[in-house]
Design a protein around this ligand. Sequence first.
Ligand code: VAH
Length: 312
Amino acid sequence: KIMVTGALGQIGSELIAKLQKEYGENNVLSTDIRQPQSSVSGPFEILDVTDGKKMHEIAKDFGADTIMHMAALLSATAEKQPLFAWNLNMGGLVNALEVARELNMQFFTPSSIGAFGPSTPKANTPQDTLQRPTTMYGVNKVAGELLCDYYYTRFGVDTRGVRFPGLISYVAQPGGGTTDYAVDIYYKAIEEGQYTSFIAEGTYMDMMYMPDALQAIVDLMEADPAKLVHRNAFNVTAMSFEPSEIAASIQKHIPDFTISYEVDPVRQAIADSWPDSIDPSAAVAEWGFKTKYDLDAMTADMLEQLRKKLNK
Ligand code: VAH
């Protein structure tokens, strides 16, 4: 039985549906700080992850044996409110790890390519390398990786995590990320036939379509622990592209689509501090990580799904 925090977020909102399909609707408890607008299927509880006592009670009452901690502030938002980001991202994480320790639960939380910094090798970034991020979000992710490994080595909590690249999805829009241009562009392509990118042409970042991200979480959590050399957190990626390449992919479906650039210096600086492409070979070797969607397959599905969602 799985408890999810941040269930209404960009990953959480689709992770719930995936877990319900895999394990049954009543075996997945959604929690988030606010009531869902549209009805969420399956059990739901309001939870502010900075309230560790409430988190423990909810997990115990539900009889959860696994917690997937998805509640966090993303990179651009965290840069606007760094202290609040520290308190929420780290306070929520340590509460979730304590609940997992006290109730003997398996534990998942995502790290990010944001856990790397300007001094990290940018091409084919290794699984084990220098991590000196220059954003509060990145500091939270590196601290989080170390804390999750500590709970494994010190307390035996079965903690596992992946360093997600930018995730692209059509269900819930991401809130305050840097890679979000690659989500916005699809909405604007359908709504306006053009997109003004806040990330500069030529800025490569790792990306992944949400279905591949969700499958990676399930595959990692079901992996044979004896085969895991690493735990927090595995490099995973499906592709690396820069804005003009995703624009070209869209133009195969919408020939008149155009992209222009108005660079946002804050998010550009964040993007420039991250790798261009990371090496997922440890995830492939230790738990069979694989992806189904490349850029053109993602574009075809995103445009088809968004046309339905936007009634266009
Ligand atoms: C962000 N989408 O942009 C998130 C993620 C790697 C990107 O961390 O902050």
